[in-house]
Design a protein around this ligand. Structure first.
Ligand SMILES: [Zn+2]
Length: 104
């Protein structure tokens, strides 16, 4: 039984305006208010541990900055969004999460 590989990206807003956090390729939008920090977590089920959505090398995330938004491309099979204390911000998970599949 293989264990899914996991990667985390911490995203914080040190500005004075709310920041739109866009999670691609799902197009899911969350608002990060000033002073707030979130953690994006992804898993891959790849046997080699590679990230299936990677475009340049073998990276779990790609971050693109706009004037009032931050786009995070998640290159794993799923994403989870937590606050800094580890509490899940949304009660659901996008994509097929290899870490949450029931064991056969
Ligand atoms: Zn997952």
């Amino acid at each position: 039984m293989s264990v899914a590989r996991e990667a985390r990206l911490v995203v914080g807003n040190d500005g004075e305006e709310p920041l739109e956090l866009i999670l691609e390729p799902w197009g899911d939008v969350h608002r990060i208010v000033p002073g707030e920090t979130g953690v994006v977590l992804t898993h891959t089920s790849s046997e080699s541990g590679a990230w299936p959505g990677t475009r340049l090398g073998d990276e779990p995330f790609e971050v693109r900055l706009g004037p009032a938004w931050l786009t995070v491309w998640v290159n794993g099979d799923c994403f989870h969004l937590y606050d800094r204390k580890g509490d899940e911000i949304e009660p659901y998970v996008y994509g097929g999460c290899p870490a949450q599949q029931p064991s056969a």
